[in-house]
Design a protein around this ligand. Structure first.
Ligand SMILES: [Zn+2]
Length: 381
């Protein structure tokens, strides 16, 4: 039997381990896949699901037999998916990014109860009942306890995949019932070579404009998924510029927020003449010119949310990879000056602001709110 995981790039150690488990038929009944947005958690969950149920005698998953096809298109009653937005997942749909859009904020107990009522029904057209829970770390405590009951004594037909960004949000009792796997995060060079080796679009982009590809990679937090999402977005040039400007603007915003007790050494700040230590008013004036469109504001808020998420990761002294800051030392110093609850609240306010972009005609009002919200991060104001 040949186990074929070639649809997932990188992650070699993980895949070798999973292949040998599958060949030895010692596959666990519940897996936790941890990694940031775009790191391949959902891809791996669908691959494993298909590999478990595939009917091909040669390689698994074949991608062509009825079972594989039903799983990839999420067209089987035996595949049960849970996501924050309440909509079904399939192998090609992006998981909604929780950090960008935290509403609904959590997965409640009712959702897990209805999952539980499904679990004792016999499989219909697959060999197993497959449960993929995206944002598992957003389950409420009650929901986690409800899930725990089936994780402790699952029927032999059930296999669970819990996808999460941060396992620390899960109860230790839940963690002890699942096999924990961490997705690989690539450095810029490795990601570049992985993508140009496996992906046609990336290879083409590298040939035409390698700087563009490298920019996307830099903004991707070391993940294949995010880079591909940027590559597939159109029009490409505009998107790359908007994104990169958003990244620079986010650095400038955060430097301004933190600049009153330490002069910034940020290269972005040094580049902006006359803005070596901008005040709130100067920052607002700057955003009016450099983030003057709805797209620019959306992109800026996305970058800011990634940065704030990194700061909470540093406060948690968690080992999970950073998305915005290239090195752990940078945000650690900033994180010391922040309060975790304020960070989370600020992130939620920013996301609400992002949703308002489409409804609120007045961009300068939005920018003023953005700056005011940002200044509330600081523990001492
Ligand atoms: Zn198959």
């Amino acid at each position: 039997m040949n186990i074929d995981f070639s649809r997932l790039y990188g992650n070699q150690t993980l895949l070798t381990m999973l292949s040998s488990k599958m060949e030895a038929a010692s596959f666990a009944h519940a897996y936790l896949l941890e990694g940031p947005v775009g790191s391949g958690k959902k891809t791996l969950a669908f691959l494993l699901s298909a590999a478990i149920c595939c009917q091909s005698p040669h390689k698994r998953p074949c991608g062509e037999c009825p079972s594989c096809r039903k799983i990839y298109s999420a067209q089987s009653p035996d595949l049960y998916t849970v996501a924050l937005d309440g909509l079904p997942l399939n192998s090609s749909k992006d998981i909604p990014e929780s950090i960008m859009d935290p509403i609904p904020n959590s997965i409640g107990v009712d959702i897990i109860r209805s999952l539980r009522s499904d679990i004792y029904i016999k499989p219909n057209d697959l060999d197993k009942k497959l449960y993929i829970i995206a944002h598992a770390d957003r389950m409420t405590e009650a929901a986690q306890n409800a899930l725990l009951k089936v994780l402790e004594e699952p029927p032999g037909t059930a296999v669970f995949f819990l996808l999460c960004e941060n396992r620390r949000n899960l109860l230790p009792t839940v963690l002890s019932r699942v096999q924990q796997l961490r997705m690989e995060i690539f450095d810029d060079e490795t990601l570049h070579s992985v993508l140009t080796k496996h992906d046609t679009l990336a290879r083409e982009t590298a040939r035409k404009d390698d700087t563009l590809l490298r920019r996307y990679i830099k903004l991707s937090g070391g993940t294949v998924g995010r880079t591909l999402r940027y590559l597939q977005s159109t029009p490409k040039e505009l998107r790359a510029d908007t994104l990169y400007t958003a990244y620079e603007n986010a650095v400038l915003c955060l430097d301004t927020v933190f600049s009153d007790d330490a002069p910034s050494s940020s290269p972005v700040l040094q580049k902006r003449k006359g803005l070596s230590r901008p005040t709130r008013t100067e920052l607002l004036r700057y955003l009016a010119t450099h983030a003057g469109t709805r797209d620019a504001m959306r992109a800026l808020i996305d970058q800011l949310c990634s940065a704030l998420r990194d700061l909470t990761v540093c406060i948690d002294t968690s080992e999970i990879p950073l998305l915005f800051y290239p090195q752990a030392e940078q945000p650690s110093a900033l994180a010391e000056r922040c309060d975790r609850r304020r960070l989370v609240r600020t992130c939620q306010r920013l996301s609400a602001l992002r949703r308002n972009i489409d409804f609120n005609a007045n961009l300068s009002l939005l920018q003023a709110e953005l700056v005011q919200t940002l200044f509330s991060i600081r523990a001492r104001n």
